[in-house]
Design a protein around this ligand. Structure first.
Ligand code: NAD
Length: 472
């Protein structure tokens, strides 16, 4: 089948390459000429593990191509995916649909009869109806269909997610769209036993927001319990494991940290609230999730100030990790941004290291010394703050980090390091969701064992808490 994907960003590029991998002929189109020129020369515009290999393989086979020419991309396409950006704007975080609607009106006169136009971007309930209306202004409604097929990929593991999603959601209101999308998904999903949920277009649109709002709420839940753990002398990682092993709860998205960010959760939660408010249906849990997360992100800077004795004026702070999560170069709504800006307002000088995020971070953050090397980043720092838990940051040699620092103070907002090991090396360490009073050796043995359980094949363990620690 011939497929066009309009918008060649994180979603469009990964989806397009994945459709080509399944054997379809795909043309990805973007309005950004340098991006397309780079892709045609094999340069990826984003960092996403294994994406370059998949793109290269499919370009070489002639199944994947890139262009700025919309008419060329749409020629004979049986399905046109719209994967343009829908950024939040305004105080209430309304999604800015102008790009998406412009795309719909641009493609209306160019699509062939019988084309199925699919909204892949995350867009509020009713967007498909509007796209239908825009295209219908140019051509007869019986000559095209509009569907919703939201993307659930997770940056950092996007290629794996696209090839083997947990499920595919297809929102269709007519038979043509239903048959065409099943033709696309039935085989690859059947082969891997992946469910395809077929529903009405408006329900598919809502599923995407509901899923992201739920995940954001789960993160906020564990973050708030992390604060309670600190007061109680309990340990949030053990709490999350003990809770998450209950299959009804699950262990993922129960990792406490500095608050959620990224290009999806903040915007999508606000957009869902906006939809709910417009329809007079309060979503109180999500309202609280948004408020609690905003407050948490603001509070993170105070942790650093506190760790440094209450005044950071003139002090140097090394930020380890800038992106919203590991294995991506995406800086959109990253918790590092409000953290760094607040530390600068308190008078701190910022040095920062990130394996992939520096180019994007430099467009957002001023007066930051970006370093190519984490050890150099720690040089003469009064505190090092772990903000993103890249593997390279988890694996840092703390002895060398300490040797380069002016003061051995570590604020670990991702629990990337073991508290007891850092303390043994002479660090003063502040972590998330476990207090300094947490008892030494036995607790650390328990934690080591729990970590080795990972999130996959779980072996049940019985833990009994005693005054002096944990007995396994
Ligand atoms: P992005 O900013 O990385 O990419 C969007 C691309 O669309 C850009 O390259 C831009 O130049 C292009 N574009 C905009 N208008 C265009 C037009 N008229 N013609 C051609 N190209 C045009 O955005 P993204 O992260 O890929 O997100 C796209 C959508 O998918 C958003 O709605 C987002 O919420 C959703 N989404 C994103 C993720 C994610 O993890 N990034 C996951 C799921 C869903």
């Amino acid at each position: 089948m011939k497929i066009a994907v309009v918008g060649t960003g994180y979603v469009g590029l990964v989806s397009g390459a994945c459709f080509a991998e399944w054997g379809h002929i795909v043309v990805c189109v973007d309005k950004d000429p340098p991006k397309i020129a780079g892709l045609r020369q094999g340069r990826m515009p984003i960092y996403e593990p294994h994406l370059d290999e998949m793109v290269e393989r499919n370009c070489a086979s002639g199944r994947l191509d890139f262009t700025c020419n919309l008419a060329k991309a749409l020629k004979e396409a049986a399905i046109v995916f719209i994967a343009v950006n829908v950024p939040p704007h305004g105080d209430r975080g309304e999604p800015d649909l102008s790009c998406l609607y412009r795309t719909a009106s641009d493609l209306a006169p160019l699509i062939a009869d019988n084309t199925v136009v699919v909204v892949r971007s995350t867009a509020p309930v009713g967007t498909g109806d509007m796209v239908q209306k825009i295209i219908a202004a140019t051509r007869k409604p019986c000559t095209f269909s509009v569907a919703s097929n939201p993307e659930f990929l997770c940056e950092g593991v996007a290629v794996k997610n696209a090839l083997t999603p947990d499920r595919v959601v297809v929102g269709v209101d007519d038979e043509r769209a239903y048959k065409r999308l099943l033709e696309l998904y039935a085989d690859p999903m059947d082969l891997q036993d992946i469910p395809v949920v077929v529903t009405a277009r408006r329900t598919a649109e809502l599923i995407k927001y509901a899923a992201n709002a739920f995940l954001a709420t789960k993160i906020t839940f564990i973050n708030e319990l992390a604060d309670l753990c600190e007061r109680l002398g309990s340990d949030v990682e053990e709490l999350a494991l003990g809770m998450g092993l209950d299959k009804r709860i699950g262990t993922t998205f129960l990792t406490a940290g500095p608050g959620f960010g990224g290009s999806c959760f903040p915007g999508d939660t606000l957009a869902l609230l906006r939809t709910a408010q417009d329809h007079g249906v309060p979503l109180r849990v999500i309202e609280e999730t948004v408020a609690a997360n905003d407050a948490r992100k603001r509070r993170m800077a105070l942790r650093v100030v506190e760790a440094l004795g209450g005044n950071i004026d003139g002090l140097t702070i090394a930020i380890l990790g800038l992106t919203c999560k590991p294995d991506t170069d995406d800086m959109r709504e990253a918790p590092s941004i409000p953290l760094i800006e607040a530390l600068q307002r308190f008078g701190g000088h910022i040095r920062a290291y990130d394996p992939m995020g520096v180019e994007n971070a430099a467009k957002i953050l001023d007066d930051v010394v970006f370093c190519d090397d984490p050890y150099d980043c720690a040089r003469n720092a009064d505190a090092a703050v772990v903000v993103t838990e890249w593997a390279i940051i988890r694996d840092l040699d703390l002895v060398q980090i300490k040797a380069n620092m002016r003061q051995p103070i570590l604020v670990d907002l991702r629990n990337a390091f073991r508290r007891d090991a850092a303390v043994q090396l002479g660090f003063r360490i502040s972590t998330i969701g476990n207090s300094a009073s947490t008892k030494g050796d036995v607790r650390s043995m328990a934690r080591q064992r729990n970590r080795s359980l990972g999130t996959a094949k779980i072996i049940p363990i019985a833990m009994r808490e005693k005054d002096n620690g944990i007995i396994i």
